[in-house]
Ligand binder design. Structure first.
Ligand SMILES: O=P(O)(O)OC[C@H]1O[C@H](O[C@H]2O[C@H](CO)[C@@H](O)[C@H](O)[C@H]2O)[C@H](O)[C@@H](O)[C@@H]1O
Length: 281
């Protein structure tokens, strides 16, 4: 049974339903390529579409996110808010925020440095290249503590010198454009669609920006019905669990909640308007 808070979010229109991917819609896998959506999630996202603006907000690049999610006509917000597409890239162009361009070359240089150094020094590390910036994964390293240290030591100073942000994800060090994050991305999405209600679910440190932004927008009254969900794993940051309005148990818990939301919307709320009209050619 959905809580009153969730029912209110789903019934307040226009509504935005936004989700992190890795650790939220897909279980953590040994490599980015090995990840798969939890069974049934793609179809649930499709079934949410008639009732809400649906978006995935991820650290992955959009090409990688779209290959994993595979649902068209939802918004893909990739690379921590830097890339945007209104559906699958084969049908919808990927737009990069222009302010990120200045970081393209510095990021390439740093990733080249990482590749040059780590190929020999830490062959278990995997570099995931993104449009601007990238992620260095050490999940497959036999000594992850030492691997993390090695990557951070290599990149800390050059990242600082070139104004890039060095952040950490799950068994990964990320080279990012400063000033862009999931919180800003969510605010942009909410403003763009003039949403009166929004839900965001995530499981990692980068998702905290999204959670804090929704809390602020709710307090300010610009998005009065906003709710945040933390997905609990052994490594979910305690601060995220503390700040989120609701906690679900793992990706399975998230998928079960999605199903409840779909059933609710298709039943009680199915007849009401989504709060916007599509422009038809
Ligand atoms: O914001 P998210 O959608 O959670 O993306 C964060 C990072 O997720 C991916 O890496 C993580 O998931 C991998 C697959 O499960 C796992 O192998 C890795 O250890 C995790 O860090 C993705 O590859 C990154 O680009 C994202 O930034």
């Amino acid at each position: 049974m959905l809580t009153a808070v969730l029912r209110n979010v789903l019934l307040t229109r226009p509504c935005g339903l936004t989700f992190d991917i890795d650790g939220t819609l897909s279980p953590i896998a040994p490599t980015p390529e090995a990840a798969r959506l939890f069974p049934g999630v793609a179809s649930l996202l499709e079934r949410l579409r008639p009732y809400a603006r649906v978006a995935v907000v991820t650290g992955r690049g959009i090409t990688s996110a779209a290959a994993l999610v595979g649902v068209d006509e939802i918004t893909y917000i990739g690379n921590h808010g830097l890339e945007w597409a209104e559906g699958l890239p084969e049908h919808h162009p990927i737009r990069l925020l222009p302010e990120a361009e200045a970081y393209r070359l510095p990021a390439q240089r740093l990733l080249a440095l990482a590749e040059q150094h780590l190929t020999l020094a830490l062959p278990c590390a995997q570099i995931e290249y993104k449009s601007i910036g990238g992620t260095i994964h050490y999940r497959r390293c036999p000594d992850p503590v030492q691997a993390r240290q090695q990557i951070l030591e290599l990149l800390r100073e050059p990242a600082q010198e070139s104004g890039l942000l060095l952040t950490e994800g799950k068994m990964a060090v990320e080279l990012r454009v400063p000033g862009l994050n999931k919180g800003q991305a969510l605010q942009r999405f909410i403003e763009q669609h003039q949403l009166r209600s929004a839900l965001f679910a995530g499981d990692d440190t980068t998702d905290l920006d999204g959670v804090e932004t929704l809390i602020r927008l709710r307090q300010e009254g610009s998005c009065p019905a906003a709710v945040t969900i933390a997905v609990r794993h052994a490594d979910t940051p305690p601060r995220l669990l503390e700040r989120a309005d609701l906690v679900v148990e793992g990706v399975a818990g998230m998928a079960a909640l999605l199903e409840e939301m779909v059933i609710f919307l298709e039943g009680e709320a199915g007849a009401s308007s989504p709060g916007w009209q599509e422009k038809r050619a």
